[in-house]
Design a protein around this ligand. Sequence first.
Ligand code: GYE
Length: 339
Amino acid sequence: MFRFKKLAFLFIVASMILVACQPAATAEPAAPAAPAAGLDCAPNCQYSDLVVGFLQTGSEGGWRAANTASFKETAEQLGLTLKFYDSQNDLAKQVAGFHQFNQDPEVNVIVLAALETTGWEDVLQEAKDAGKLVVIEDRRIDAPEDLYVTYIGSDFALEGRKSAEEMCKLLEGMEGKKVWELVGNVGSSAAKDRGQGFREGMGACGIEITNSQTGNWSATEGKQVTEAWLKESQDVQGIFAQNDEMAFGAIEALKEAGLTPGVDVKILSVDATGNAFKAMLAGDLNVTVECNPLLAPQVYEAALKAANGEELPKWVPSQEGVFRADDPNLEEITAGRTY
Ligand code: GYE
């Protein structure tokens, strides 16, 4: 019996030793995490590897000119290849341009400044199937987020709320609070969200929008629309222009109607381009709410990160301010503006 126990004990010890010496079950080395959809050059892509197809809206004013220059100049500085497509403010042309870039074997990144929020799913899916990285800039779109890398642009609703808050200050003490709204191109996120934001804030001081119509971001149309309204009535205390150009048109129309812009009628615009500062220094414009057009560095940086397989937040809102004609440092601020 003792002999049997001794043998059993030895057997147990031997098997324990055996197990201990077993080389660790060589768990298959974890396959390196498949890099998120990146480019072939991942994870060491450089700016020089990027060929960017940029779908710009068109050339409707100062803000757009600054946005376009930002993309062209920054591409040169970074040494990436830029293929620039001017959609001439025509949605069908912009969608066709997107399709064209999807078919272009050289293009590996597509940047879209969308004329309108809808109508993009097909070409976005086509881009994904073709392995192109898509970055949305300037204006947000309504499409599944997995079809694009990220959106870099402003919080237009916030710009609208800021505009209402500033208009309330401008109309303080004025009997009426009737406001006319010059709207951007119908269907664009900038126009929709600024209008919605303004309506969210205007109740705070009892503003009433008595006229609202698109001026398509242009000074000419902004003037024509305002002229037509002035023929009907001059009972207006404020004009909310969704961009600087339309405000410049309204200012001209008021002057030609014998009214003093900035005094008889308060004028507020969005963008804060250089010409808006000149109009404030001239006393014609009361307030401009900033919308930053210099988005290219952030957009290209996001494209490079995505090319190297990095996941990015779906929205990177721009940081922006508000500028007022009664600011004692306005001249100095104006001198420091870059667009
Ligand atoms: O406010 C306007 C331009 O999309 C934010 O488009 C942009 C707008 C800008 O035409 O001036």
